[in-house]
Design a protein around this ligand. Sequence first.
Ligand SMILES: [Zn+2]
Length: 698
Amino acid sequence: MRTFTASKQNIMSKRYTITTALPYTNGPIHIGHLAGVYVPADIYARYLRLTGNDVVLIGGSDEHGVPITIKAKNEGVTPQDIVDKYHAIIKKSFEDFGISFDNYSRTSASIHHKTASEFFKTLNEKGEFIEETTEQLYDAEANQFLADRFVTGTCPKCGNEEAYGDQCEKCGTSLNATDLINPKSTLTGNTPTLKETKHWFLPLNKHEDFLKKWILEGHKKDWKPNVYGQVKSWIDDGLRPRAVTRDLDWGIPVPAEGGEGKVLYVWFDAPIGYISSTIEWAEREGKDWEPYWKDENTKLIHFIGKDNIVFHCIIFPSMLKAEGSYILPENVPANEFLNLEGNKLSTSKNWAVWLPEYLEEFPDQQDVLRYVLTANAPETKDNDFTWKDFQARNNNELVAIFGNFINRVVVLTNKYYDGVVPEPNDFTDVDLETLAAVKAYPNVIASSIERYRFREAGQELMNLARLGNKYLADAEPWKVIKEDEARTKTIMYVALQIASALATLSEPFLPFTSKKLKSILKVSSSAVENSWNDISEKEVLLPANHQIGKAELLFSKIEDKTIQEQLDKLEASKKANEAANKTIEPQKDVITFEDFTKLDIRVGTILEAEKMPKTKKLLVLKVDTGIDTRTIVSGIAESFSPEEVVGKKVTVLVNLAPRKLRGVESQGMILMTETPEGKLVFVNPDDNDSVKPGLQIS
Ligand SMILES: [Zn+2]
């Protein structure tokens, strides 16, 4: 019955337009991006292609908006320099990790400017916008209106003095620049004035009924609960008109009368990037792009992270609906966030695994990361990436199950039959059950993928490898060969069929491994290469007498040392952050000059030093104070070796009451300070770069 269903699916080939969130081009991308959007989208697209559908997987860089212009100003370069740099880095990361885009474009491309302009013009001509003149903050010296990140001030909700013109990051409130108390221009530091300016607004309230019907009634069952819930709460709050233009010079000029000096709001133009990237692809391939966006039978799917839900489920669909000729998304399977070792991924805190760095440190191990990110995908809740889990999944699953099975099959086939697939003899019940189980996998995995359950799908693939591994371990061909050559041939034949199924079914998840395995089995682009549905339908996947190649390792063990290096790197990031954030202690209570003169502070020289036995921190010092030579016990052993300190000039508080430490009387105290990195240093500020004003002497 399963075979019948599979072939039926095959006939019903469909057209899919699959889009992936456009990464913002002011930095490289990290594992969070890959896990949340690009790996699931790639698995989905690859699977649909393998099952004979007409698929276009669309991506591109989001290159407009205020943060890019601010980064450019800070670095003394142009916004174009910034986006050129990061577009190249991001695009290469996607290629390196096998994200199989049919087209990867950028929003600074002329095709995009043209497409977005026309889209705006159509809506404007149809009367779908409201034009409104309002007073906005203006910096006269910079001759610029101050929107979004160009202005900071005090948050009216929580009093945070560093809130931005679009959002307070402390309390999360979404703000208008004019809401800020004591606003300040980030360009000049000046207090802005108010100046009238005209903007175009998309009246989302006008689309409320349509959105309710389409999503709240139409997609209650098939959209992910996290997506549906967020959309519902937005709609329940009531939708308001949203400005789709900005007073800026970086972006797409507003193509309308009175639009001089204004550009389209980045969140208006970015999703249109999906359309312009599709047009760019179609022109290159000699295809018609319109069915991919306008044919009711096309399935449009947006892969995004949860921070983009409102733009893809409310604003963009309202734009598409207002335009009138476009289809709406069939689904928006947004993921939650991935954390790293228990903390939020953060670019500014360098708490991330950057893709270019990963590839330098784990060359050719893209599939390992793809696999682990899929196994841990934040599909229903925020999830954690840990290096220990990465190591365990590699060593215990990819190496010990998948890799081990393939290696045994290929090595034994070469050893017993010079790499030629043997003719099977009579099948046992176990053989037949195993072969039947293999045939069920394409549908099992497909069913998970089609419901956007990629974690489950990845685990089912591993279950197929597990089936192979167990079959071989139970059948023990390496023992059977000694007494029953005919039986051994059958065992190896069955095992080779499983290996062949793995070569095809692993492609969406582990594309590099799949390619390598196909090359080992010598099935690439030949009559014996199987499609997804062939695994269920064909009687024989790898025929007798087919010659396979030599064994090559698909995965290799990752040692503790390698994992420790990654953990150390993160620890260093954490320390650097703590140092940057270390607050200067507030001043103590005022003392009188009399109080001060009670302290007798002198210069001394350390003459001898030795470690206090059985302690980690203490050194016993002999110090020449000029008055006498005395013993001082000092807790500096973790920062200095005894040899290092002998001969050093130090500052000594000589009239501190003596006290016994571990039985040794200490007659005074050496004045020290502690650097933000936690190292003790002598009070001798000019000598040491890490001694900064404000550090306490104690
Ligand atoms: Zn606030």
